[in-house]
Design a protein around this ligand. Structure first.
Ligand SMILES: [Cu+2]
Ligand SMILES: [Zn+2]
Length: 194
């Protein structure tokens, strides 16, 4: 009856996850290009002293791309400048090659294959999805941004990685409700109340 036991556990897990508005140990976000087309997802999960990010994307240009967590949960095309700078709660400099680095949001480059797909696992070292200064969900949240070019790990302030070509908001649902994205396809959408 092992299978049954597992399925009970699975059902319980779903139940608990469904009830908890604060399930922060694992969240999935959507990534978009500057035109607003969905490129795929990033799954974030809490690890020991890091947040793991599993990327599955299509539609990028082949080759290496800089990727960072940026400071604001706002992905407005076409330039995604709305995402702000790299997440940097410790006031450091940019880059893994920099002795005064790194920003909390800095990560190694990711590579898109010849068909423009990315399937990669990364980690935001020192970050958490829980509370605190190093949280990716603090205040209203943050964002995940991919760049056209390679992050050289040294040039200030952002590794000379070029234009922002993909962006996804890292945010809890309840924060999103406070600050709703404009999605006219959502039904039951209430007009601004205040
Ligand atoms: Cu960036
Ligand atoms: Zn940086």
């Amino acid at each position: 009856m092992r299978v049954r036991k597992l399925s009970v556990i699975f059902a319980l897990t779903l139940f608990v996850a469904g009830c908890s508005s604060q399930n922060r140990s694992s969240i999935e976000i959507e990534m978009y290009n500057p035109a607003g087309d969905a490129l795929g997802t990033a799954k974030l999960s809490e690890e020991n002293d890091s947040v793991a990010i599993k990327l599955s994307l299509t539609g990028l240009s082949p080759g290496l791309h800089g990727i960072h967590v940026h400071e604001y949960p706002v992905c407005e095309g076409p330039d995604f400048k709305s995402a702000g700078n790299h997440l940097n709660p410790d006031n450091k400099e940019h880059g893994a090659m920099n002795p005064k680095g790194t920003h909390l949001g800095d990560m190694p480059n990711v590579e898109a294959d010849s068909s423009g797909k990315v399937n990669a696992e990364l980690a935001v070292q020192g970050a958490t999805l829980m509370d605190g200064k190093m949280s990716l969900l603090k205040d209203e949240g943050t964002s995940l941004v991919i760049h056209e070019g390679v992050d050289d790990g040294l040039t200030q302030p952002a590794g000379d990685a070029g234009d922002r070509i993909a962006c996804g908001v890292i945010q809890l649902e309840e924060a999103a409700e406070k600050n709703p994205p404009s999605d006219p396809s959502e039904d039951g959408g209430e007009e601004e109340k205040e």
